[in-house]
Ligand binder design. Structure first.
Ligand SMILES: NC(=O)c1ccc[n+]([C@@H]2O[C@H](COP(=O)([O-])OP(=O)(O)OC[C@H]3O[C@@H](n4cnc5c(N)ncnc54)[C@H](OP(=O)(O)O)[C@@H]3O)[C@@H](O)[C@H]2O)c1
Length: 264
């Protein structure tokens, strides 16, 4: 059985890769950083006899999802499990945000995730066997002032995944969506700049994700407080949720958000 994991070079994707390899799955790992993927491949050799295939790919480029699919076909690999984990975020005033960053985020978080799901789910449906895990966020449930595009992309991932789960049910293709809250990774340390107090480790998130995903759970939210947060976001007026998120994001990003920063 082979698992394709996007964004496998660091964070949650790296931890998921290790768990799948430990459990005897062959893995196809992809990201931009070939060096980190090669290092991960060497690490895996130490504890598993799983076959590791490394494919360097920037999934923020137009058509890169299709290209990745073709490369995997060329290698004669059949993907039994697809994990769309790669994702990026950006924070600050939307009206000041860098347009190229927005385009890349939409390509990676939405477009290529959708294309990879389309291409691999079709093969899985014909074989009447497969699993897909798309990585969204607790932010999928809320409007995110000062992190607006990122939360909106993750709302798409949640809605899309829940919808195709229903469509693919009769074809024995199980679709799950992972909604982590703050997790200590490159992502949270860098682009997202989250307050890491109370954040979960990537190892813990991946461990919970693996177990629930393999049990076929539709929506996986690791961590009690993340589940409570989502519960309240569902029962509170959306305007109020937006205002609370806006205040907390603004506070988190005070210091680097200036009205005179780059307008791209
Ligand atoms: N950390 C959090 O607080 C948090 C919370 C909720 C949801 N999430 C979601 O969890 C997923 C994994 O993130 P993480 O927290 O584990 O962050 P991470 O450590 O930064 O990992 C992101 C992965 O995506 C890859 N990636 C980034 N840009 C890419 C591109 N253009 N093309 C191909 N691969 C690319 C990165 O590899 P390269 O840089 O080598 O390309 C890396 O392997 C993301 O979808 C993120 O939105 C994270």
């Amino acid at each position: 059985m082979t698992v394709l994991i996007t964004g496998a070079s660091t964070g949650i994707g790296r931890e998921l890769t290790k768990i799948f390899a430990k459990n005897g799955y062959d893995v196809v790992i992809t990201a931009r950083s070939k060096k980190k993927l090669d290092e991960l491949s060497k690490d895996i050799e130490k504890f598993s006899s799983s076959k590791v295939t490394v494919i360097e790919k920037d999934l923020s480029c137009i058509n890169s999802g299709k290209e990745l699919f073709c490369k995997i076909k060329e290698k004669g690999i059949v993907v039994d499990i697809l994990i769309n984990n790669a994702g990026v975020g950006d924070t600050g005033f939307f009206f000041e945000s860098n347009i190229d960053k927005i385009i890349n985020m939409l390509e990676l978080n939405i477009k290529n995730l959708t294309i990879l799901t389309r291409l691999f789910s079709s093969e899985m449906a014909h074989r009447k066997n497969g699993r897909i895990l798309n990585v969204a966020s607790t932010g999928s449930y809320m409007p995110g002032p000062f992190i607006a595009v990122y939360y909106a992309t993750k709302a798409y991932v949640l809605s899309f995944s829940e919808a195709i789960r229903e469509e693919l049910r009769d074809f024995n293709v199980k679709v799950s969506v992972l909604c982590p809250g703050a997790t200590i990774t490159e992502f949270s340390k860098g682009a997202h700049k989250l307050d890491l107090k109370g954040a979960m480790t990537a190892e813990k998130v991946a461990y919970i994700a693996y177990n629930k995903f393999m049990k076929g759970k539709a929506v996986i939210v690791p961590g009690y407080f993340n589940r409570v947060g989502i519960f309240f976001s569902k029962i509170m007026p959306r305007k109020l949720v937006g205002s609370i998120i806006g205040k907390s994001q603004k506070k988190l990003h005070e210091g680097f958000m200036t009205k005179n920063s780059h307008i791209g």
